[in-house]
Structure formats: structure tokens, C-alpha cells
Ligand binder design. Structure first.
Ligand code: PHE
Length: 450
């Protein structure tokens, strides 16, 4: 068997895992889902979900990956051979392709916004109507949205076909710090806007009368989505780690960085929304209708606009890479595909499934596809709000009881003979809190929404 890839260094791994985590989930999805769910109260449950579910499941995935050195399907199989548990791995493989299919549509939008902002489209003090028009003219062009979907998936598959350290690790490390810097600059600017007070109030002052089960499910779904959990991406990335790497520290770093980036995205978006009298409930278009205001007013906006959309596209790319990597590693490890063939096959399936999503903003069939949702929204609901929490639930039961939380904990410990900080709490959380909370949320939301 060909030698499996490995990260060149722990830092390379942290950057790659952070690259998977940080993406459109933080900058596109987080602000709009927060806006739709009432702002601060959503943020409150989101942070609870990150700490008590996300971080816990993050360690479960990374330890399973590193211990088995396998893709998600192979990892379950190695610990419990011949059992139905490997179906959880398959669920992850399908979820990866499912998310990839619509995620790449939005990633395509960022490419277009990069293009038009480099032409100076947002530098002439546009009005709200003009910014809306730029968006709606673009998304109602079926040819363009499908083309950009294909381009984005092709780029991803090209990088994945080059392998773990030469392809993925090299690409992720360089541009992330730059994205972070731009976000900091934009946040400082946003805080000087006249609507900053009102925006921050919406974003940071919770109104607990708005709590609902649906909102809590969205917060949990968003936490798993943003941290790339529940579908095996972190099992796969963990499987390229060696025993020397410090899993405990890496896990916290990835979770903290991801949460900080999402938080900053909110700090940028909500003051702008309230300054220009936009609606925080605008949905999937929110970022694309809000940030052009910032760039049209900001000194040097002519420069920051294209730079921002370029870096956002890169952040999306480092996430789509991990989405493709899960199914690819399965095909390479278990089905003996060559890496390029596996990657492009996965890409082709995602393009086919992605086309209806790309047409969701232009065709009447797909814009109201079912349950009052567009095809894209429906995909997002199924994969992010249902499939990820379900995958995380099954994974936590597997690691907690079948493999054994105590064995997994040994994998996380930086020093084998000493417990890691919070080890007992982690075991308890993984065995009881995560399964109970996730089952309850999934059950109630499935019953409640039908
Ligand atoms: N975490 C990525 C983001 O926030 C999306 C993603 C989800 C990537 C699941 C991999 C797996 O953009």
C-alpha cells in the first residue's frame, strides 16, 4: 500500500485544521444565521454549543483519527471490525459531498465579488438599491453561478489531488494570518460607524424571550458546521498526525481561532447593518449586501474590497479542500483509487448535486423547491442542521462507549502518565452530556417541524 500522507509539523496541522474550520461558515453563514435568529441570544447558545459540544467532539474526532490512522470509514472499521458502525463513516463521506455541493455555490459568489470589487464597482458610494441590484443581477444569471461552482470545485480537486503536505499544508498556512488582519481592520472601522451602538446591542445583548428549540438546533448545527465537525473531516485530518503531535493544545487552538473569526465577522456586519438601515434577517445574501457599503465608504476601500473577497475565497477553498478530502481518503485507503482519480470523482458528484443549488437564485423550480425553502436552503438544512448533529451524536456514542472514552483520553494526553486538564470533565461530557443533548434536540426538532 502506498505510504499515507503526514503533516510536516504540528503547526502545519493546526493551520490546515484551522483552514478547514475557518471559512464561509464563519463569515457568510454565522452572521446571517445569527441575524435570522435574533442576534445576541443566538450568539449565547452558539458559544455554549462550541464549548460544551464542539470542543468535546473535536477531541473525539482527532483522537479517533490519530489512533487509527484511517479515513472515517476505516477508523470505525479498525476499532470495531465487521460492525455496522462504519455506516457513521459513510454518513460523513456523503455529508462532505452534500455540503461541498452548495458551499461551493457560495464560494463561487465570492469569486464574482472579488472580480467586481477589483474593477472598482464598490468604490463610488453606491446606494442600497444599487448594491441590491448588483447582487440580484448576478445571482439571477444561471450560466455564471453554475460556471463559478464548477471552477471552484475544480480548483479544490486540483489541490487535493496533489496530496496532503505538498498540496493542502502549503496552501493553508500562508494566507490565514492575512485574512485575520483584514478582519481586525474592518472590525475597528465598523465600531466607529454611527449605528455601532445599535448593532452591538442586537449582537451582544441577549433577549431570552426569543429562545426556541429551532434556534437552539441552529446554534448547535452552526457550531458543528463552523468547526468542521460531525462528518469526519477532523478524523481525517487527525489521521495525518503523528504520535508526537500535541493533540490537546491543537484542539483548543483550532476551536478558539475559529470562534474568534466568527465573532469578528459579527462585529463587522451588525454595526454596518444598523448604520445603513438594512435588515439583519436578510438571509444568505446578508454579507454580500452589507460589506459593499463598508468598502464604498472606507478609506482605501478600493483596496480592501478585492483583498477581502480574495481572502474569503481562499478561506472557503481551505474548507472545501477538507470536504473533498474526507471522501477522497476513503476512496484512496479503502478502494485503492489513485488520489487524483478519487478527488475528481468526488468533485464531479458534487458538481451534479450542486447545479440545482446554483440555480436556486435564478430558476423558479429551485427557488421554492420544497417546504417553502430553495434547493440551496434545503441542502443546508439537511446537511448542516440535521446530518452534522446526527453524525456527532453517533460519533460520541462510539468513542464514549464502543472504543471507550478512557482510551480516547490517553490519545489526547500530552504526557501519557498524566491526565490532561479537564480530562474527567471531558469523559463525562462525551459520555452523557453530548449524546443526551444531541438526541433531545434532534428528536424534538424532527417532531416539532413535521
Ligand atoms: N467549517 C467550514 C466553514 O466554517 C465548513 C465545513 C464544514 C468544512 C464541515 C468541513 C466540514 O466554512
Amino acid at each position: 500500500m502506498a505510504k499515507r500522507g503526514k503533516w510536516n509539523s504540528t503547526l502545519g496541522f493546526v493551520l490546515a485544521a484551522a483552514g478547514s474550520a475557518v471559512g464561509l461558515g464563519n463569515i457568510w453563514r454565522f452572521p446571517y444565521v445569527t441575524g435570522k435568529n435574533g442576534g445576541a441570544v443566538f450568539l449565547f447558545f452558539y458559544i455554549l454549543a462550541v464549548v460544551f459540544l464542539g470542543l468535546v467532539v473535536m477531541y473525539a474526532e482527532l483522537s479517533l483519527g490519530r489512533a487509527t490512522q484511517r479515513n472515517p470509514v476505516g477508523a470505525f472499521e479498525r476499532i470495531k471490525p465487521g460492525s455496522p458502525w462504519k455506516a457513521v463513516g459513510f454518513l460523513g463521506v456523503f455529508t462532505g459531498v452534500g455540503i461541498l455541493s452548495y458551499y461551493s455555490v457560495i464560494a463561487g459568489w465570492t469569486l464574482y465579488y472579488f472580480y467586481i470589487s477589483s474593477l472598482g464597482k464598490f468604490s463610488q458610494g453606491l446606494t442600497e438599491a444599487q448594491i441590491d441590484e448588483v447582487f440580484s443581477v448576478f445571482v439571477s444569471n444561471p450560466f455564471l453561478t453554475v460556471l463559478l461552482l464548477v471552477v471552484f470545485i475544480f480548483l479544490t480537486c486540483f489541490i487535493v489531488s496533489r496530496g496532503v503536505s505538498s498540496g493542502i499544508e502549503r496552501w493553508t498556512g500562508i494566507l490565514m494570518p492575512l485574512l485575520f488582519l483584514i478582519l481586525l481592520i474592518l472590525s475597528v472601522y465598523s465600531l466607529t460607524l454611527p449605528g455601532a451602538g445599535e448593532g452591538l446591542k442586537f449582537y451582544l445583548k441577549p433577549d431570552f424571550s426569543k429562545v426556541s428549540l429551532k434556534m437552539i438546533l441552529s446554534a448547535v448545527g452552526q457550531a458543528f458546521f463552523s468547526l468542521s465537525l460531525g462528518m469526519g473531516a477532523m478524523i481525517t485530518y487527525g489521521s495525518y498526525l503523528s504520535k508526537k503531535d500535541n493533540l490537546f493544545a491543537s484542539g483548543i487552538e483550532v476551536v478558539a481561532f475559529d470562534t474568534l473569526v466568527a465573532f469578528l465577522a459579527g462585529i463587522i456586519i451588525f454595526p454596518t447593518v444598523f448604520t445603513y438601515g438594512l435588515s439583519p434577517r436578510a438571509g444568505a445574501a446578508l454579507v454580500f449586501k452589507t460589506l459593499p457599503f463598508t468598502f464604498s465608504k472606507l478609506p482605501l476601500g478600493r483596496l480592501f474590497g478585492p483583498l477581502f473577497f480574495f481572502l474569503l475565497a481562499i478561506a472557503a477553498l481551505t474548507s472545501t479542500i477538507s470536504l473533498v478530502e474526507v471522501a477522497t481518503s476513503y476512496l484512496v485507503d479503502e478502494r485503492k483509487f489513485s488520489r487524483p482519480r478519487a478527488a475528481f470523482l468526488v468533485g464531479a458528484v458534487a458538481v451534479l448535486l450542486g447545479i440545482p443549488s446554483a440555480l436556486s437564485t435564478s430558476s423558479s423550480v429551485f427557488s421554492k423547491f420544497a417546504f417553502g425553502k430553495s434547493f440551496l436552503d434545503l441542502m443546508d438544512y439537511i446537511w448542516a442542521n440535521i446530518s452534522l448533529p446526527l453524525g456527532a451524536l453517533l460519533l460520541s456514542v462510539f468513542v464514549g462507549y464502543i472504543w471507550g472514552a478512557e482510551k480516547a483520553a490517553l490519545e489526547i494526553r500530552p504526557e501519557k502518565h498524566r491526565k490532561f486538564p479537564g480530562e474527567d470533565l471531558w469523559i463525562y461530557d462525551l459520555k452523557y452530556f453530548v449524546p443526551i443533548v444531541l438526541s433531545a434536540i434532534l428528536l424534538f426538532s424532527l417532531l416539532g417541524s413535521s
